[in-house]
Every structure is written in C-alpha cells, then in structure tokens.
Design a protein around this ligand. Structure first.
Ligand SMILES: C[S@@+](CC[C@H](N)C(=O)[O-])C[C@H]1O[C@@H](n2cnc3c(N)ncnc32)[C@H](O)[C@@H]1O
Length: 192
C-alpha cells in the first residue's frame, strides 16, 4: 500500500464526512480535471486537495507551483502537500472561506470537494466565493460519481451556472465524470 493510500484511508476513517471517497482520484480523472490549465494564463485555485493527486496533474500542465493555491482543511493532508510540492501555496482553511485568499483573476477553480454532501449554505458560500475569484466566464471544475450535476439546483440557478461534462472516466474508483461550470454571461451588444 502506498504512503498516500494509507494516509487517505486513515483520514477517511477519522473524518468520513470530510473525505467522502473510497480512494484518491485516479491519474486519468486527475488529468481530465487539469486538462485545460494553461501554464501562462495566471493563477489556479484548487479546493479539497487531499493527498495531491489533482495538485500533481495541475503542476504537470507546466503551471509554476507559486501560481497554484490549494485549499485543504485537513491538517495531515496539508503537511503532506507542503512536503511534496515545494513552492505550492497551501491554505489550511475551509473552502467556504475561499473569499479570504490573496488571489484575484484566477483562470480556473478545480475542486475535489464532496460538494453534494455539503449543506446548501456551504455550497452557496463556496460557489459565490469562487465566482468572485474567477475571471468572468472561467471554469469551476468538479468531479462527481453520481448521475446528477454536482452542484445543487438552487445554487446553480442563483448564480446562473451552465455546464458541460466529460465522458465517463471508468478507470477510477468509483467511475466519475468531470463537470465544467461557468456563469452564463450574455455579451452586451450595441443599444439603440
Ligand atoms: C474526495 S477527497 C478528494 C481528495 C483529492 N482531491 C483527490 O481527488 O484525490 C475530498 C477532500 O476535500 C477535503 N474537504 C472536505 N471538506 C472541505 C472543506 N469544507 N474545505 C476544504 N477541504 C475540504 C477533504 O479533507 C478531502 O481531502
């Protein structure tokens, strides 16, 4: 068993309501989550980084570690992230406090959070903070194991979110799909 898998399992047993997954994301899922990161397009915010599977995929796109801000509330996972990724900005806070990050104009927010198992008020705080940190029209990327969009309809409607989905990634436990949400911004044309 790898060190990461052991740490993940220990934390899953200790904090099941926070971890809410059978295993860390597979490399295939992590690659799909990070697929549109452009190393020259500014900062990226990651939510719920865990042992760093998606963190690594984001950095493998060529993004400098200093441009990646990873939020993770579990202290043991934060220690692992700091040890593993020199230069990475690790924030040991709740994703609901994303608004406090010293980052503006992010190119993407990439989330491994168990969003649907969170109270609607927390989902709302996370997505409102996300929209404020993103450049207009940019993506909030979230995976899910289930058949429904991983943001509750009340929050999607309130923030005017539209989305596209990836093909199902079967090589993951359990199989998952990636959703890319963004605000539906209608361009304003000339008037009169
Ligand atoms: C399903 S695991 C995903 C871990 C990793 N991103 C991956 O894909 O393997 C969910 C992660 O979100 C973290 N988490 C849960 N609630 C959180 C919150 N409110 N704020 C920040 N992190 C949270 C957990 O500690 C855990 O590391």
């Amino acid at each position: 068993m790898s060190n990461d898998f052991r740490l993940f399992m220990t934390q899953l047993l200790k904090r099941p309501h926070q971890v809410v997954a059978l295993a860390p994301s597979s490399e295939g899922l992590a690659r799909e989550m990070a697929a549109r990161v452009d190393p020259e397009d500014g900062p990226v915010i990651e939510l719920g980084a865990g042992t760093g599977k998606i963190t690594r995929a984001i950095l493998n796109r060529g993004l400098p570690a200093e441009q990646l801000h990873s939020i993770e509330m579990n202290p043991e996972f934060c220690t692992r992230l700091c040890d593993r990724f020199p230069g990475l900005n690790v924030h040991q806070i709740s994703a609901g406090d994303i608004g406090a990050l010293p980052v503006e104009n992010a190119q993407a927010v990439i989330s491994g959070l168990p969003l649907l198992s969170m109270p609607v008020a927390l989902q709302h705080a996370i997505l409102t903070g996300t929209v404020a940190k993103l450049r207009p029209g940019r993506d909030y990327v979230q995976f899910t194991y289930g058949p429904k969009p991983p943001i509750t309809s009340a929050v999607r409607n309130d923030l005017g979110l539209i989305w596209e989905t990836s093909p199902k990634i079967w090589w993951n436990m359990p199989p998952a799909r990636v959703y890319r949400f963004r605000q539906n911004i209608t361009p304003t044309g000339p008037t009169g």
